[in-house]
Design a protein around this ligand. Structure first.
Ligand code: ZN
Length: 264
Protein backbone atom coordinates (compact mmCIF):
# COMPACT_ATOMS: atom_id res chain seq x y z
CA UNK A 1 0.00 0.00 0.00
CA UNK A 2 1.41 3.31 -1.07
CA UNK A 3 0.14 5.07 2.09
CA UNK A 4 2.26 2.80 4.27
CA UNK A 5 5.37 3.74 2.33
CA UNK A 6 4.55 7.46 2.39
CA UNK A 7 3.83 7.36 6.12
CA UNK A 8 7.05 5.43 6.82
CA UNK A 9 9.20 7.94 4.94
CA UNK A 10 7.79 10.79 7.06
CA UNK A 11 8.09 8.81 10.29
CA UNK A 12 11.76 8.02 9.54
CA UNK A 13 12.56 11.71 9.74
CA UNK A 14 11.93 11.49 13.51
CA UNK A 15 10.39 13.78 16.13
CA UNK A 16 7.12 11.87 15.97
CA UNK A 17 4.30 12.10 18.50
CA UNK A 18 1.64 9.37 18.58
CA UNK A 19 -1.87 10.15 19.83
CA UNK A 20 -3.91 7.08 20.71
CA UNK A 21 -7.49 6.26 21.62
CA UNK A 22 -9.67 3.24 22.26
CA UNK A 23 -9.13 1.80 18.80
CA UNK A 24 -5.62 0.74 19.85
CA UNK A 25 -6.79 -0.93 23.08
CA UNK A 26 -9.73 -2.72 21.51
CA UNK A 27 -7.35 -4.81 19.41
CA UNK A 28 -5.94 -6.02 22.73
CA UNK A 29 -9.39 -7.22 23.71
CA UNK A 30 -10.53 -4.21 25.71
CA UNK A 31 -14.13 -3.55 24.69
CA UNK A 32 -15.38 -0.03 24.24
CA UNK A 33 -17.26 0.98 27.36
CA UNK A 34 -20.30 2.16 25.50
CA UNK A 35 -20.85 -0.64 22.99
CA UNK A 36 -23.33 -3.48 23.40
CA UNK A 37 -20.58 -5.54 25.10
CA UNK A 38 -19.42 -2.53 27.09
CA UNK A 39 -19.26 -2.10 30.82
CA UNK A 40 -21.82 0.71 30.80
CA UNK A 41 -24.46 -1.70 29.54
CA UNK A 42 -24.26 -3.51 32.87
CA UNK A 43 -23.32 -0.67 35.19
CA UNK A 44 -24.88 2.76 35.14
CA UNK A 45 -21.93 5.18 34.77
CA UNK A 46 -23.80 7.84 36.77
CA UNK A 47 -23.55 5.52 39.76
CA UNK A 48 -20.04 4.15 39.29
CA UNK A 49 -18.02 6.67 37.31
CA UNK A 50 -19.02 10.11 38.52
CA UNK A 51 -17.78 11.80 41.68
CA UNK A 52 -18.91 12.02 44.40
CA UNK A 53 -21.71 9.57 43.51
CA UNK A 54 -19.24 6.66 43.26
CA UNK A 55 -18.23 7.35 46.87
CA UNK A 56 -21.86 7.32 48.02
CA UNK A 57 -22.41 4.04 46.16
CA UNK A 58 -19.33 2.64 47.88
CA UNK A 59 -20.55 3.56 51.36
CA UNK A 60 -24.14 2.60 50.70
CA UNK A 61 -23.53 -0.63 48.85
CA UNK A 62 -19.91 -1.84 48.85
CA UNK A 63 -20.95 -5.13 47.22
CA UNK A 64 -22.13 -3.26 44.13
CA UNK A 65 -18.81 -1.40 43.88
CA UNK A 66 -16.91 -4.64 44.48
CA UNK A 67 -18.71 -6.34 41.55
CA UNK A 68 -17.97 -3.36 39.35
CA UNK A 69 -14.30 -3.19 40.41
CA UNK A 70 -13.85 -6.93 39.71
CA UNK A 71 -15.34 -6.66 36.19
CA UNK A 72 -13.48 -3.43 35.48
CA UNK A 73 -10.04 -4.70 36.46
CA UNK A 74 -10.45 -8.15 34.98
CA UNK A 75 -11.08 -6.49 31.64
CA UNK A 76 -7.71 -4.69 31.88
CA UNK A 77 -5.77 -7.48 33.47
CA UNK A 78 -6.49 -9.91 30.65
CA UNK A 79 -5.25 -7.48 28.02
CA UNK A 80 -1.74 -7.66 26.55
CA UNK A 81 -0.05 -5.06 24.34
CA UNK A 82 -0.59 -5.67 20.63
CA UNK A 83 1.62 -5.13 17.58
CA UNK A 84 0.69 -1.44 17.39
CA UNK A 85 1.75 -0.86 21.03
CA UNK A 86 4.96 -2.82 20.40
CA UNK A 87 5.94 -0.96 17.23
CA UNK A 88 5.25 2.41 18.89
CA UNK A 89 7.50 1.39 21.82
CA UNK A 90 10.25 0.22 19.45
CA UNK A 91 10.11 3.54 17.61
CA UNK A 92 10.66 5.32 20.92
CA UNK A 93 13.69 3.14 21.62
CA UNK A 94 15.04 4.14 18.20
CA UNK A 95 14.55 7.83 19.10
CA UNK A 96 11.95 8.27 16.36
CA UNK A 97 8.88 8.62 18.59
CA UNK A 98 9.40 11.24 21.29
CA UNK A 99 6.06 10.97 23.07
CA UNK A 100 2.84 9.00 23.21
CA UNK A 101 -0.29 10.92 24.18
CA UNK A 102 -3.03 8.50 25.13
CA UNK A 103 -6.66 8.67 26.14
CA UNK A 104 -6.48 5.05 27.31
CA UNK A 105 -6.08 4.14 30.96
CA UNK A 106 -4.96 0.53 30.52
CA UNK A 107 -1.16 0.96 30.87
CA UNK A 108 -0.66 -1.06 27.65
CA UNK A 109 1.79 1.45 26.14
CA UNK A 110 3.99 1.14 29.23
CA UNK A 111 3.55 -2.64 29.25
CA UNK A 112 4.94 -2.61 25.69
CA UNK A 113 7.95 -0.54 26.81
CA UNK A 114 6.98 3.06 26.01
CA UNK A 115 8.42 5.45 28.60
CA UNK A 116 7.30 8.91 27.58
CA UNK A 117 3.56 8.54 27.93
CA UNK A 118 1.21 11.41 28.57
CA UNK A 119 -2.03 10.05 30.02
CA UNK A 120 -4.99 12.34 29.51
CA UNK A 121 -7.52 10.20 31.34
CA UNK A 122 -5.27 8.76 34.04
CA UNK A 123 -4.09 5.22 34.59
CA UNK A 124 -6.21 2.44 36.06
CA UNK A 125 -3.11 0.87 37.66
CA UNK A 126 -2.38 3.97 39.72
CA UNK A 127 -3.73 5.61 42.85
CA UNK A 128 -3.28 9.36 43.26
CA UNK A 129 -3.33 11.92 46.10
CA UNK A 130 -5.60 14.77 45.07
CA UNK A 131 -3.81 17.13 47.44
CA UNK A 132 -0.17 16.78 46.37
CA UNK A 133 -0.34 14.66 43.21
CA UNK A 134 1.62 11.75 44.68
CA UNK A 135 1.08 8.63 42.54
CA UNK A 136 1.41 5.01 43.48
CA UNK A 137 1.59 2.37 40.78
CA UNK A 138 0.32 -1.18 41.23
CA UNK A 139 1.39 -4.09 39.07
CA UNK A 140 -1.27 -6.04 37.23
CA UNK A 141 -0.38 -9.09 39.38
CA UNK A 142 -1.03 -7.01 42.48
CA UNK A 143 -4.40 -5.84 41.12
CA UNK A 144 -5.32 -9.44 40.20
CA UNK A 145 -4.55 -10.54 43.77
CA UNK A 146 -6.71 -7.68 45.06
CA UNK A 147 -9.73 -8.61 42.91
CA UNK A 148 -9.35 -12.30 43.84
CA UNK A 149 -9.43 -11.32 47.52
CA UNK A 150 -12.48 -9.17 46.87
CA UNK A 151 -14.41 -12.13 45.47
CA UNK A 152 -14.12 -14.02 48.75
CA UNK A 153 -15.71 -11.26 50.86
CA UNK A 154 -19.43 -10.72 51.32
CA UNK A 155 -19.95 -8.73 54.51
CA UNK A 156 -20.42 -5.00 54.07
CA UNK A 157 -17.80 -3.84 56.58
CA UNK A 158 -15.26 -6.45 55.40
CA UNK A 159 -15.58 -5.25 51.84
CA UNK A 160 -15.27 -1.61 52.84
CA UNK A 161 -12.23 -2.23 55.03
CA UNK A 162 -10.53 -4.35 52.37
CA UNK A 163 -11.06 -1.77 49.62
CA UNK A 164 -10.01 1.15 51.83
CA UNK A 165 -6.86 -0.64 52.93
CA UNK A 166 -5.96 -1.47 49.34
CA UNK A 167 -6.36 2.07 48.06
CA UNK A 168 -4.18 3.35 50.93
CA UNK A 169 -3.10 6.81 52.06
CA UNK A 170 -0.65 9.40 50.78
CA UNK A 171 2.68 9.06 52.65
CA UNK A 172 3.10 12.86 52.55
CA UNK A 173 -0.38 14.20 53.38
CA UNK A 174 -1.94 11.17 55.06
CA UNK A 175 -5.14 11.67 53.03
CA UNK A 176 -6.91 8.78 51.31
CA UNK A 177 -5.71 8.12 47.76
CA UNK A 178 -8.17 7.61 44.91
CA UNK A 179 -7.94 5.75 41.59
CA UNK A 180 -6.00 7.85 39.09
CA UNK A 181 -8.84 7.83 36.60
CA UNK A 182 -10.65 10.84 35.21
CA UNK A 183 -14.29 10.24 36.07
CA UNK A 184 -17.17 11.53 33.95
CA UNK A 185 -17.61 15.25 34.33
CA UNK A 186 -14.13 15.77 35.78
CA UNK A 187 -11.45 17.95 34.23
CA UNK A 188 -8.44 16.38 32.56
CA UNK A 189 -5.29 16.55 34.69
CA UNK A 190 -3.96 20.05 33.83
CA UNK A 191 -0.27 19.08 33.83
CA UNK A 192 -0.85 16.17 31.44
CA UNK A 193 -2.97 18.29 29.12
CA UNK A 194 -0.34 21.04 29.12
CA UNK A 195 2.40 18.53 28.35
CA UNK A 196 0.32 16.95 25.57
CA UNK A 197 -0.23 20.31 23.89
CA UNK A 198 3.45 21.19 24.25
CA UNK A 199 4.70 17.97 22.66
CA UNK A 200 2.05 18.24 19.93
CA UNK A 201 3.23 21.75 19.08
CA UNK A 202 6.88 20.72 18.94
CA UNK A 203 6.72 17.59 16.83
CA UNK A 204 7.43 17.20 13.11
CA UNK A 205 5.03 14.35 12.55
CA UNK A 206 1.85 13.60 14.50
CA UNK A 207 0.10 10.24 14.20
CA UNK A 208 -3.55 9.92 15.23
CA UNK A 209 -4.49 6.32 15.97
CA UNK A 210 -7.88 4.83 16.76
CA UNK A 211 -9.65 7.83 18.22
CA UNK A 212 -13.07 9.08 17.27
CA UNK A 213 -12.11 12.71 17.83
CA UNK A 214 -15.28 13.52 19.73
CA UNK A 215 -14.06 13.68 23.34
CA UNK A 216 -12.95 17.22 24.12
CA UNK A 217 -10.57 18.81 24.98
CA UNK A 218 -8.40 15.84 23.90
CA UNK A 219 -9.92 15.94 20.40
CA UNK A 220 -8.36 19.36 19.85
CA UNK A 221 -4.77 18.21 20.27
CA UNK A 222 -4.26 17.17 16.62
CA UNK A 223 -5.22 20.73 15.64
CA UNK A 224 -2.49 22.09 17.92
CA UNK A 225 0.01 19.91 16.06
CA UNK A 226 -1.31 20.88 12.63
CA UNK A 227 -1.31 24.59 13.37
CA UNK A 228 2.29 24.33 14.50
CA UNK A 229 3.29 22.83 11.16
CA UNK A 230 3.34 19.10 11.90
CA UNK A 231 2.71 16.52 9.21
CA UNK A 232 -0.43 14.59 10.17
CA UNK A 233 -1.02 10.88 9.67
CA UNK A 234 -4.39 9.48 10.64
CA UNK A 235 -4.91 5.74 11.22
CA UNK A 236 -8.57 5.04 11.87
CA UNK A 237 -11.19 2.59 10.65
CA UNK A 238 -13.48 5.59 10.32
CA UNK A 239 -11.34 8.72 9.87
CA UNK A 240 -12.26 11.76 11.98
CA UNK A 241 -9.61 14.27 10.92
CA UNK A 242 -10.09 14.35 7.15
CA UNK A 243 -9.95 18.15 7.22
CA UNK A 244 -6.36 18.27 8.49
CA UNK A 245 -4.74 14.86 7.86
CA UNK A 246 -1.95 14.70 5.25
CA UNK A 247 -2.16 10.92 4.99
CA UNK A 248 -5.24 8.88 5.89
CA UNK A 249 -4.92 5.16 6.46
CA UNK A 250 -8.38 3.63 6.81
CA UNK A 251 -7.42 0.59 8.79
CA UNK A 252 -7.25 -0.92 12.27
CA UNK A 253 -4.11 0.09 14.18
CA UNK A 254 -2.28 -3.26 14.14
CA UNK A 255 -2.61 -3.79 10.41
CA UNK A 256 -1.46 -0.22 9.72
CA UNK A 257 1.60 -0.33 11.99
CA UNK A 258 2.58 -3.73 10.61
CA UNK A 259 2.31 -2.36 7.10
CA UNK A 260 4.24 0.82 7.87
CA UNK A 261 6.98 -1.00 9.77
CA UNK A 262 7.93 -2.93 6.63
CA UNK A 263 9.21 0.34 5.16
CA UNK A 264 10.96 1.64 8.28
ZN1 ZN B 1 -0.39 13.79 49.14
Amino acid sequence: MREFQRAASKIKEGNVVVFTGLGVSCESGIPTFRGSEGLWERYNPARYATMPQALFTLLESPQEIADFVIDFYEMFNCAQPNIAHNIIAELEQKNIVTYVITQNIDNLHQDAGSQNVCELHGNACEAICIRCGFKEKRTKEDIAAFTEGLKSLRKRWELLKYMMRYIGKCPECNVRLRPNIVFFGEMLPPEELKKAKEVARNCKCFIIVGTSGVVYPAANIPYEAKHSGAFLIEINIVPSYRDIADIIIESPACKAFEGISKYL
